[in-house]
Every structure is written in structure tokens, then in C-alpha cells.
Write a protein that binds this ligand. Structure first.
Ligand SMILES: [Mg+2]
Length: 123
């Protein structure tokens, strides 16, 4: 069964790009969200296997959403995906339970390997 991914980014073209990469590699994009608040709502609804989450977003940023999602579900698997220059958030994200941290711009393989590694699925 395909792993179900929730893709979170405030930019539609970035959600599309990430979703394309995931679908091409056999993952299911179970949902998308454009900010942290929407991500939390979507997470509760669809219970994805993994969340790929941007950091800089309106309404609620990705670090706050990571904290809220992990509070709601301590076993939530979240991979942060943020712009170059946001690496100072890495330590905080890892402390809050993020499994990995992908820096944009990324190569498609980086997204795929991060999701696989985070979910410990190497198939
Ligand atoms: Mg953003």
C-alpha cells in the first residue's frame, strides 16, 4: 500500500512540485495544506503516514505546526522542508521531533529519500 503524504507549503507551485515528485515515486498525496493551521486540521482528518512541511507560512508557521501535530499525535512523522537560510531552525525542529530537514532548492531524490528514511521504508 502506498505511503500517504500530507504536503504543506504556502506556495501552490511548491506543493505541486513536491506532489509530482512523490506521485512519480509511488507515494500517495493524501492531502495538501497552505499553512500550519490548515496542516493541523488536515492531519487530524486524514492521519497521513508522513508530513512534508514548509517553515515560513502565514497564519501558523511550520515549527508551530510541527509542535501541534506532535502534541496531537506523538508518533507523527514529519519532515521539514525549508528555504536556504532557514537552517537555524534545524536544531529546534529536531528537538520538536522532526525526522529530517530538506533544504530548498532540493533535488527530487532528496525528497524521496527523506520520506523513505523517515518512514523506514526502503522498498
Ligand atoms: Mg513558505
Amino acid at each position: 500500500m502506498a505511503l500517504r503524504v500530507l504536503v504543506v507549503d504556502d506556495l501552490a507551485f511548491m506543493r505541486d512540485a513536491i506532489s509530482d515528485i512523490l506521485v512519480r515515486d509511488g507515494f500517495e498525496v493524501a492531502g495538501e495544506a497552505e499553512n500550519g493551521r490548515a496542516a493541523l486540521d488536515r492531519y487530524r482528518e486524514i492521519r497521513p503516514d508522513v508530513v512534508l512541511m514548509d517553515i515560513t507560512m502565514p497564519v501558523m508557521d511550520g515549527i508551530s505546526a510541527l509542535r501541534e501535530i506532535r502534541r496531537f499525535d506523538p508518533s507523527a512523522v514529519v519532515v521539514m522542508c525549508s528555504a536556504l537560510g532557514q537552517q537555524h531552525y534545524i536544531i529546534r525542529a529536531i528537538h520538536l521531533g522532526a525526522k529530517d530537514f530538506v533544504v530548498k532548492p532540493f533535488r527530487p531524490e532528496r525528497i524521496v529519500s527523506a520520506v523513505r528514511k523517515a518512514t523506514k521504508t526502503y522498498a
